[in-house]
Design a protein around this ligand. Sequence first.
Ligand SMILES: [Fe+2]
Length: 322
Amino acid sequence: MSISNQIELWTESQSQNHLQLLGSIVRDELEKETLLRLDVSYLGDRINRWWLDRKDSPITECTHSSMVMLIKETMQPAHLEVLKTIGSQKTRIAALLLKHAFTFINKDLAHLVHEAISEIAGIIDIKYPYEEHKELSPQSNLPMTSDWGRGLGIIRPHSDDLYEEQSINMMCLTVCKDTSRTATWFWMLKDITRCLTDEELGYFALSEATFLSGKNVEGKRIKVTKNILRRDSEEGMGLRLDFRICETVGPRMKCCDKKAQLIFNKMRLSLPHLKPHTSVPTEGSISVISNYKVLHGRPSLNPVMLYDGTASRIIFRSKGTK
Ligand SMILES: [Fe+2]
């Protein structure tokens, strides 16, 4: 019997044994997922030379195509294959952290490389009209607000856009510049769920939760209830998780029953004891992740290091479907 059929069966019969079995199956699946780091200095050298040769020329659609071509031609075939298949259950690589993809601090260059890498990874970018999207730049004059991309405070582990009807399964983050030297943090689901028993994980996976939009969405509140477990024929299993607490709406994720909420609270309490994976917080660092398999966040930004002005930390972000 396939895993999908077993889960359908156990959804109807939540006996302790069935929940334990389901929890162990979910755990086995999550344990297979990995995060891969690659130093692509060889690619960065080629991109740097290309940029110096043409930097005074206007940027057109052709420039974008040239960058896609350059990356495809230069990247080692094994590295290119990983980039194309992130999130697939065939390779089980849920996150790819590249460093040294370029070394010049230039917004046009960073944007070009970001868009090309996102395209090769197969991300169909989605822009919602009610939020700032592509360029993320916290402002040095903003408060230490937490769980808000433009604030300076900590951003707790989360997947993006769980409150949207569309499934946002991929994300790409490119560091153009960061004088605050603040790494993005990543957590694998296998680490976040390790504090749970198999029975708790099984129960939690079968539960539903309500997801709320936060301060990032201007003008309206979006609220949607979804299954916590996400299954996809291409990607396999993922979980919908959001530990952010918004200053305006409160917890961004609320479980639909008391027991599931207690299990969620148990995971929240374990977070300070986990060591997240960290990106390299300098220009040319690019992170491509599967949104339902890897949670992201960051520590508080250092305000002293933000006196470089309003553009001291510039990150390009794409998120969408694959
Ligand atoms: Fe996010």
